[in-house]
Structure formats: C-alpha cells, structure tokens
Design a protein around this ligand. Structure first.
Ligand code: PEP
Length: 251
C-alpha cells in the first residue's frame, strides 16, 4: 500500500551551518518517536553531504530540490543525479512550479531528469499543479492531467510505481492561501483516477500523492484526513523544526 509522507522543501534558504543545525533539530525530534509517516527533507545541493552525515537515514530521508537533465559534461553550474546520489540522498524534487516558471522547465526536460533520477537510484518527488488563472477559468483538471501525461506516461507501470507525486496548486505556494481540504481531495482523487485509467487500480492505489501549498500545523490534520491525500510537500513551514514536526505529527 502507498505510504504517508511529509517532505520538506527548503528551497534557497539557510546557509550550510544553519541547514545542518536545522537538520540536526529535525533528526533529534524524530528520536524515540514513531511518526505515522515517512519524513524527508529536501535541501540545497551545498548542504546534502553534510546533512547526510548528521541524520539517521532510518528515520529521516534526504533529497535534493532538483537535478540536471544531462548525465555529465560541459554544463557549468549544473548538478547531476549521480552527484546527488553520491551524497547519500535518496530523493529528488522534480518539476517544482518555481523551476517550471523561473527556469523554463518543460515536460521534455523533466522526462530526462526522471530517467536520470531512476538510473541513479533516486526517487523523484514529481510536482504538478495549476496556476491561479487555470483554477479560475476551470481548466485545472485538464492542466494537471496534461502535466502527468506529458512527463510521466511514457514510463512502464513498474517505473511509474517508483514516483511520489506532489499536487501543488501554484496559487497556494508561499501565499498563505491553502487549497481547502475538499479542493485537495477532489484533485487527488482525480489524479488517482487518471493513473488508474493508464496503469490500473493497483498502481493508482499504491501511488503516494502529497499536497503542497501553505500547509501548516494548523491545517495539516484536515488535509491529511482526506482519503486521497497521502501527506505533504512543505515549503515555509519546513524551515523551523517545530512547525515541520507539527505537520509530521498531524498524521
Ligand atoms: C513548496 O514550495 O513546495 C511549498 C509547498 O511551499 P509553501 O509550503 O511555502 O507554500
């Protein structure tokens, strides 16, 4: 069966020293407790190896926030999936709306990134979600379906089964404006249906679909209580150990 997961996305926040301290705090908060979900932190590239050294991998998963769409070579400033994996990280966020919006990521580049993540043993946390205009003009189901189809539906059922999806309505990211739990459930159930139509009910039922967008300790329990919401991808609230743990403990 699918897993419940709470994953932090630190974005471009914290210095190395601050990040290591935050990772230590989250790791300490998980000591001696049995959360009802897997817990992951996705951190800046510069922090990966040092964070890996201070966390207990059995309690706290580690991921990157992106990887390159090429395996290696003359791509100055890029970080490959192999480099990410060599730090000990096991996950990589791909297709975050900020990367799609500010760095022009398309389904074509994301297909390459997903393939390279798999080749290097990384689990993609693959983000999808509509912008405000698409929510308001009622095309949001079509938009999200097209994002999944164009970047992921070339995969075999086995490979698709290795993906964690994160539905992140762009209008809710970092805005304080959360999707209601009913809006999240409606979209997550729709996504599961899209997966079932392509890969069958078993694959759909086994896919973890996280919600992301201004998720906080105060709204997480209601969101996670919905049958198709399997956890959260957490931005701002992941930058303080107590608010992140408040969300982890919402399960
Ligand atoms: C995110 O960027 O993945 C996110 C969900 O951000 P926030 O929680 O800050 O809205």
């Amino acid at each position: 069966m699918r897993k419940n997961i709470v994953a932090g996305n630190w974005k471009m926040n914290t210095t190395l020293q601050e990040g290591v301290a935050l990772a230590k705090e989250v790791n300490a908060a998980l000591e001696g407790v049995q959360p009802k979900c897997d817990v992951i932190i996705c951190v800046p590239f510069t922090h990966l190896a040092s964070v890996n050294d201070v966390i207990d991998a059995n309690k706290l998963g580690l991921g990157a926030e992106n990887c390159a769409d090429h395996a290696s070579g003359a791509y100055t400033g890029e970080i490959s999936a192999a480099m990410v994996a060599s730090t000990g990280a096991k996950y990589v966020i791909l297709g975050h709306s900020e990367r799609r919006q500010y760095y022009g990521e398309t389904s074509e580049t994301l297909k390459e990134k997903v393939a390279l993540a798999f080749e290097n043993g990384l689990t993609p946390i693959f983000c999808i979600g509509e912008v405000l205009e698409e929510r308001e003009n009622g095309t949001y189901f079509d938009v999200v379906k097209a994002q999944i189809e164009s970047a992921l539906f070339h995969l075999s059922a086995e490979d698709f089964g290795r993906i964690i999806l994160a539905y992140e309505p762009v209008w809710a990211i970092g805005t304080g404006k959360t999707a209601t739990d009913d809006q999240a459930q409606e979209m997550h159930a729709f996504i599961r249906g899209v997966i079932a139509d392509k890969y069958g009910k078993e694959v759909a039922d086994n896919t973890s679909i996280l919600y992301g967008g201004s998720c906080k300790p105060t709204n997480a329990a209601a969101l996670f209580a919905k049958p198709d919401v399997d956890g959260g991808l957490i931005g701002g609230a992941a930058l303080k150990a107590d608010s992140f743990m408040g969300i982890v403990n919402a399960f």
